[in-house]
Write a protein that binds this ligand. Sequence first.
Ligand code: AMP
Length: 482
Amino acid sequence: MYNTLSGRVEEFRPLVGNRVYMFVCGPTVYDHSHIGHARTYISFDVIAKYLAYRGYSVFYLMNVTDIDDKMIQRANEVGIPVEDLADMYFKSFLEDMRALGVDSVNLYAKATEHVPEILEQIEALMEKGIAYESGGSVYFEVKKFPSFGKLSRQRLDKLEAGARVDVREEKRNPEDFALWKAYKPGEPSWDSPWGPGRPGWHVEDTAITMRYFGSQYDIHGGGRDLIFPHHDSEIAIAESITGKEPFVRYWLHTGFLNVEGEKMSKSLGNVITIKELLKRFRPEVVRFFFLHSHYRSPVDFTLTLLEEAEAAYERLENTVSNLRRSVKEASGGVGETGGTGGGGEMERESGPGLGEKALETRRRFVEAMDEDFNTREALAALFDLAREANRALAEGGCTPEEVKEALSVFEDYGGILGLFGTPADTSAAAAEAVIRILLEEREAARRKKDWETADRIRERLAEAGITVEDGKDGPRWRFSGV
Ligand code: AMP
């Protein structure tokens, strides 16, 4: 996997046996989640699932930022307590994740439920003389951690210049960051040795990960926007406390998502929430759209691109439906509508055949995913298999076992990517039942020599993208697309 820390693709070796401790920066729950969140969390969902598929035992932990400046500001605007705001939008986030099939997180950890751990870390830094108290707040003194900026590869002098915007009287140096923020009227607060206040942002994540993973762990993920200063600050806090290096072995960052070339922002009015997106597109289409580019690539979101992704995904899905039906028919589930199954091997044309293609696809898929989770290449392998499967189903030339093997490739890898699931199958199953009823009516018409009705049913089905062919075992049908 590509490690931001080294700037290279590295072989992955977990710290302990085949266990993987993976942490990803979770949302700040002050509003409904947007499609940038979907991009990042779908990526890490697939990464977690692929690691599990490769035999690792994955513990996927995610924090939830339920106290910070944005939370307080929004709660004041809406006129509700910060706690209620957090509850409302955390629920909304979980709904969105469930809808998108992001279900690999083992534990969500809220910042406000880890204040004792946060205070413990701040105290440790105070004892070491790396943090200092000023005006009831506590700051991390960046100069005391000379390798600060090793993740973003920014030098301290540059940081100082960049941080001048945040000059506060009480800070010793402009680049120092808050570990604890002194209480201000109207803000939620917790007791601390330095008076009431609330946690700073960076220490929230180090406190949570040290609580569950210990002083060092395997994978830390998040969007690219978080490399600096957030992740550099996490490294500074954790390595200052434990003296152990590296705090995290592999840092993974997703490419940022923009909308039509612009950063999403409330002021531009171009924020697209996951809920809005799912009104128009199915969750699997959204997943497919994101997985079609590498997780590290930036994404430029446009409606046209998503519509193109929808059409491409439906082609793939059609093939999977046809394979499923063929397998069902071969096992005698559907009977009279015929299909490729049941009759053993049909005359094969030259070429490698569907079975071999399925095996080759397995190899290609794993190779692509082993190379820094290249879902784009992995999907390309599935498209090639789909092409071969379409050919084999239309022309014959494959055994029921080969059809089964091709289907199992789509189903196994669909499980990792979150595609080709069964939820859409309820409508697909209903559609198939209706097709069977129509074909029965057509057969009844043919028996009565009512050719006009029989032809009309066949034409209407063709208009709906369903091709009917009459064979000696009765009619066979397949989706050919509209
Ligand atoms: P936030 O709620 O802004 O704290 O972000 C939560 C997670 O979503 C972090 O890992 C961010 O890096 C990621 N994220 C936020 N916006 C985007 C975006 N536009 N594109 C990709 N990832 C994003």
